[in-house]
Design a binder for this molecule. Sequence first.
Ligand SMILES: O=C(O)c1ccccc1NCC(=O)[C@H](O)[C@H](O)COP(=O)(O)O
Length: 268
Amino acid sequence: MSALPPLKLESVPGVLGRIVTERAADYRDADSDVGPARPAARRFEAALRAPGLALIAEVKRASPSQGAIAPLDPAQAARAYEAGGAAAISCLTEPRHFDGTAQALHDVVAAVSVPVLRKDFVVHPAMLREAAGWGASAALLMVSVLGGATGAYLEITHHLGLDALVEVHDEAELDIALAAGARIIGVNNRDLTTLHIDLAVSPRLIARARAAGFTGVLVAESGYRTPADLEAVRSMADAVLVGTSLAGSGDLTRAARDLMAAPSLTEG
Ligand SMILES: O=C(O)c1ccccc1NCC(=O)[C@H](O)[C@H](O)COP(=O)(O)O
């Protein structure tokens, strides 16, 4: 594997900058050795490549933008999402701002048969070794955090047999993800430095990725609450990642089904 370039976390602004600085401190003394290569299962990628718009439903108990969302039991929540048709589960493991834990990921992996994404702010190879060890099928890599080191982290993720959801929010980040060789790109509608959501970001960057000849998987992320919100990405994206609106709904199975229901075709 290539040498790991240092991350420039001091240049990550706003809320995101605070979170990644804390995460880097959490893993300051962790071992960077990720161990031997593991075979690629590609379960997460395969689930998102199924026909139609796939749902990645997120177990999200809290967030910087919402504060407390719902005191979900992770295993119960994941089972409810699976019953509602989710193709994959995203499980937050960041403890301070999202009320995530390693145990939550363990419980979710044990509870469902669909693949599970470790959703965290990866700033150290040990976080990827953990994700593989805990049974995740994929991990999130954020170009806004990893910058020029995105390709090296992608290589480690694949070395461990995991899929990577490589997340971008603007054109420059998309170009980095494409150059790094990402197979799955997530476009986040939420600006993680200001927390502002703009649902026009995903269609814009998904169109740009396809125009650049990208044949991998494209995921639209954040801010989706109703079937109408999904219209702009329904025929462009392979999947949507949804957290807050489902997690806070009170009936996760029904909310997942209702959100993903295709709009009824009316005649005349
Ligand atoms: O959700 C936040 O407030 C947030 C703040 C800072 C960094 C990351 C944050 N969220 C991560 C995500 O992108 C979402 O959890 C995910 O895409 C689902 O979004 P939503 O459906 O809007 O909860």
